[in-house]
Structures are given as structure tokens and as C-alpha cells.
Design a protein. Structure first.
Length: 130
């Protein structure tokens, strides 16, 4: 079984997420992901994960955010702006040098990585979606 896709319903290192199984049934499952906050996993975050059997229960592991969103505003001179995550609508500030050279602009879809900077999840390493 490959990676599955779901949404976090209770964030934290020991949280919960929901996903649809192959039959389309909505399933809620516990997950364990160390450093979940540092990875940018919050309430309503869309994530990829693997399912493993632990005793007679399923557990989501290797939980990783799907980091794709739309640039809402952009400041080319400061290399900053705001991104809205595609699935959840969560907004993150971003910092990225050479925005013009990357051909990034307001309204564009981009991938990014989230880092925890002094308690603020910030998008970095922006790359336009082709």
C-alpha cells in the first residue's frame, strides 16, 4: 500500500486524522509523528501518511504535510508575502529570495516547506507549480 492522504483533526505528536479508504468510507485513525509542530502539522492540515498495524489497530505514521498553496500577496523587494494552503485555507507568511527570477507572483500556485521560526510557521523554499 502506498502513501495515503488525509486531514488532521487533532494536531500534536499523538494526534488524529481522517481519510477515505478505498471504498470511500471516512476513517478516523490515530497518528504518532515526533516533532509534528516543527513539521507544520496543525489542525486541518492535509497530510500524506503510511498505515501500519499495531496489535489489532491501525496507526498512521510518517505523517508529512502536503505543502502547496496560492500566493496571496508578495513583496518582491523584501522577498516576503503570504501563502494560503490549498486544502485547508491556512495562511502562512513566506520568505524567499529572488522571487522575480523564480517568476513567482500573486495568484500563482507554489510548493514550499514549512519551518518553525520563533513559534511562527513560515513557508520557505518556494517553487512554482508547473
Amino acid at each position: 500500500m502506498g502513501k495515503l492522504k488525509g486531514k488532521v483533526t487533532k494536531p500534536g505528536d499523538n494526534g488524529m486524522l481522517k481519510y477515505k479508504n478505498e471504498s470511500g468510507e471516512k476513517i478516523e485513525v490515530a497518528y504518532h509523528q515526533p516533532f509534528s509542530q516543527e513539521l507544520g502539522i496543525g489542525d486541518n492540515t492535509t497530510v500524506n501518511f503510511d498505515l501500519v498495524s499495531v496489535g489489532d489497530k491501525q496507526m498512521a505514521v510518517s505523517v508529512n504535510p502536503i505543502e502547496k498553496g496560492t500566493i496571496l500577496d508578495i513583496n518582491f523587494d523584501q522577498g516576503s508575502g503570504t501563502i494560503e494552503e490549498t486544502e485547508s485555507g491556512v495562511r502562512y507568511p513566506f520568505l524567499q529570495t529572488y522571487l522575480r527570477e523564480l517568476k513567482l507572483d500573486k495568484g500563482m500556485v507554489t510548493t514550499y516547506s514549512l519551518v518553525n521560526v520563533k513559534g511562527v510557521l513560515t513557508a520557505v523554499s518556494l517553487s512554482p507549480v508547473q
